[in-house]
Structures are given as C-alpha cells and as structure tokens.
Ligand binder design. Structure first.
Ligand code: SF4
Ligand code: SF4
Length: 160
C-alpha cells in the first residue's frame, strides 16, 4: 500500500483536476518501486516541459536559443546541449533532445539565472518524501544520462 500523502504538495501543470489527482494517486499507490520512480521521473519531466513551453524561456529560433543569439553563451547554436571535452550531446538529433533528463531540464544558463528563472524540484514535487539526499543528487546532477540509467542509480541508492 502506498504512503498517505497530501495531494496539494504536488504542483499541477495545467492538467484538469481529475487527471491531476489520478496521476498523483497512481504514483502514491504504485507498489513496484522501479515503476514508481519511473512515474515520478515522467511527472517532473512533463511539468517542466509544459512550463517551458508556456514561458518559452529559451526562445529557440532556427536552432539558436536566446543566449546563443545574444552572444551570452559560449556556443552559437544548439543552446547549451554540449558536454565538457566531448562536444555536442549525442542525444541531440536534428536539433531535438531525444532523451529525458531532469538535470538537463532544470539547468538554467547564467543569462536566464540573472533573470531569476530557476526550477526548484522541491516546489514541483515533494521529492524528499520519496528520495534520500543521494538520490536527489542523482536527479539534480545526472546530466546527459538516459532515464534508465538514472532509474537504476535511484534504485541502487534506495534506503527509504
Ligand atoms: S538554458 Fe540558456 S543556453 Fe541553455 S538553451 Fe536555454 S537560453 Fe540557451
Ligand atoms: S540530454 Fe541534455 S544535453 Fe543532451 S540533448 Fe537532451 S537536454 Fe540537451
């Protein structure tokens, strides 16, 4: 049986109330930890994708984000999808990210940070109820890694 958790501790992202409640209840009631982690992962990604779409913070035009276009980035195109000493991220195909990665999604460059644009995972989802510090660090710092790899790390560090 899942934990008893106040639904208001989850942030809605434009879902109608019924769908929102059913998503949250599904996460809470899921007994299979791997499936539960996957649902949580998808929920957070969907929230950020939806919010980014609404606000259009990065404002991509022809493969160049606002920071690329204004010379506020070290790169002139493809946003900030570059890996140190590697180059363009292998998950970026035809200008589109083919991966799901929470660390990448919450990352804001200094140009956006100066405008106080920032995502706080705790405000989107009560992650401390489900994950310990090590697991939260995996979510926040596991840049570039595919979802399966992140989920396996979350399982590896599970203590709750
Ligand atoms: S975070 Fe900054 S550098 Fe990265 S895509 Fe958005 S505007 Fe561009
Ligand atoms: S995994 Fe991260 S760095 Fe790579 S394409 Fe996707 S968002 Fe960009």
């Amino acid at each position: 049986m899942g934990k008893v958790i106040d639904i208001s501790s989850f942030k809605n992202y434009g879902l109608d109330e019924k769908l929102f409640a059913s998503k949250i209840n599904k996460i809470i009631a899921e007994d299979d930890i791997k499936k539960q982690y996957s649902l949580i992962f998808d929920y957070i990604c969907d929230y950020i994708d939806s919010d980014m779409k609404i606000h259009n913070y990065c404002d991509f035009q022809n493969g160049r984000c606002i920071a690329n276009r204004l010379g506020k980035s070290v790169h002139i195109e493809n946003g900030c999808c570059y890996q140190f000493r590697v180059g363009l991220c292998k998950h970026l195909i035809n200008g589109t990210c083919t991966n799901k990665n929470i660390a990448c999604k919450i990352f804001m460059c200094s140009y956006l940070e100066k405008q106080k644009i920032k995502y706080d995972l705790d405000e989107i989802f009560p992650i401390k109820l489900f994950f310990n510090r090590k697991q939260i660090s995996v979510l926040k710092r596991g840049f570039f890694k595919p979802k399966d790899e992140i989920i396996n790390l979350l399982l590896k560090y599970k203590t709750k």
